[in-house]
Design a protein around this ligand. Structure first.
Ligand SMILES: [Zn+2]
Length: 304
C-alpha cells in the first residue's frame, strides 16, 4: 500500500465561494484510490459549497498523484477499467469538440489541465489553434513530444502576454484547483470579450453521489478539493463576471463513476450493479432535474 507521510495541511476558515465562516462537517471520505487516508468534507451553510477541509497544501498535493495508476495522466494502461475509460474518452473528445464548434467565435482554444493532450490534438486536426496548460510534468512532456502541442506549466504564463482566447476549457480540472478564485480571475483576463468558457465538473447533487455517499468515486479525496452543485457553481462564476449560458449533461460519467464506486465498496457483480446504477442515475437526472453525475457548464463574460 502507498503511504503518504508528513503532509503539510492547511485549513480554510471561510468558504471560497461566498466568504461565509459558517462551515459544518459533511462527510468523512477515504482516499480509496491511493493513500487510504481519511479526509473531511465540509459544507458551507450559506451557499452549500462542499470542500475538503483541512487539505494538503498546493505543494504537497503532488504526493497524491505520484502513481502510474492515475488514469488521466497515463496513456499506456490496458486493464478493463482503463480500456472502458479510453473508449469513453474517444467518444467524449468528439462530443467536446462538437460543443466548442457550436459556441466558438474565433479559432484560439486553451485547454487548462490538458493532460496528455488528446483533446487538443483532435481540435488541432480540425484546424483550431490550440494551446494547453498542464502542471504534471510527465503528461506535459507526452503532450509536447507525442502530440506535438504547445503546452505551458502554469496558467499565469499567459497573463504576461497579450494572448486572448476564443474558448477556454477545463474538463474535470477545476475540482483539483487550490486557487479557485485566482484561477477564474485569470481566465476572465485572458478570455476574449466574446469568448466562451467551458467547465466540466462532477455534480455532488447527482443521484449517484447521493446513493454512494462516502464511496462516491467523484469525491476522489484529496485530489478533488471542491464539490459543486449547480447552485454553488453558479454563485462562484457569477462572482467572477461570467454568465451561465447552458448546462449539458454527461451521461457516460454515471456509468464510469458507479463502476469505480462499486469497486471501492468491494461489491460482488460490480459491473452489473454499476451498469444499472448508472442507468438509474441518468433516468433520475432527467426526471428530477438534479443533474447527471457530471455536468458541462457553458459560460460567457457578463460584459458581452
Ligand atoms: Zn459558501
Amino acid at each position: 500500500m502507498f503511504h503518504v507521510k508528513h503532509v503539510n495541511m492547511e485549513t480554510l476558515v471561510v468558504c471560497p465561494v461566498c466568504g461565509s465562516t459558517a462551515l459544518l462537517p459533511f462527510l468523512p471520505v477515504t482516499d480509496h484510490f491511493l493513500s487510504k487516508q481519511v479526509f473531511f468534507i465540509q459544507t458551507c451553510v450559506t451557499c452549500g459549497f462542499k470542500f475538503i477541509n483541512p487539505r494538503p497544501t498546493q505543494s504537497e498535493i503532488v504526493k497524491y498523484y505520484q502513481t502510474n495508476d492515475y488514469i488521466s495522466h497515463n496513456a499506456d494502461k490496458s486493464d478493463l477499467i482503463s480500456k472502458i475509460y479510453k473508449y469513453a474518452r474517444r467518444f467524449a473528445i468528439k462530443s467536446k469538440y462538437g460543443i466548442i464548434k457550436s459556441k466558438i467565435h474565433g479559432t484560439k482554444v486553451l485547454d487548462i489541465g490538458c493532460g496528455t493532450g488528446e483533446f487538443l490534438a483532435y481540435c488541432k486536426h480540425k484546424k483550431l489553434e490550440v494551446f494547453g496548460v498542464e502542471p504534471n510534468e510527465n503528461a506535459r512532456h507526452y503532450a509536447i513530444t507525442n502530440n506535438k502541442l504547445q503546452v505551458w506549466e502554469n496558467l499565469n504564463e499567459f497573463v504576461k502576454t497579450d494572448y486572448h482566447f476564443s474558448c477556454i476549457t477545463l474538463w474535470h480540472v477545476l475540482e483539483h484547483v487550490h486557487t479557485l478564485n485566482e484561477t477564474l480571475a485569470t481566465i476572465k483576463k485572458i478570455l476574449s470579450a466574446n469568448g466562451v468558457l467551458i467547465i466540466a465538473v462532477p455534480n455532488s447533487n447527482s443521484y449517484d453521489a447521493t446513493y454512494y455517499q462516502q464511496y462516491w468515486a467523484a469525491y476522489d479525496v484529496p485530489r478533488h478539493l471542491s464539490h459543486f452543485t449547480t447552485s454553488s457553481f453558479t454563485r462562484l462564476i457569477e462572482k467572477h463576471g461570467f454568465i451561465l449560458n447552458a448546462i449539458k449533461p454527461q451521461y457516460l460519467d454515471a456509468f464510469y463513476i458507479s463502476l469505480l464506486s462499486e469497486k471501492y465498496k468491494s461489491s460482488q457483480h460490480y459491473y452489473l450493479k454499476a451498469f444499472f446504477l448508472g442507468l438509474w442515475s441518468n433516468l433520475m437526472a432527467i426526471k428530477n432535474k438534479n443533474g447527471t453525475s457530471s455536468l458541462i457548464y457553458i459560460l460567457t463574460s457578463k460584459n458581452t
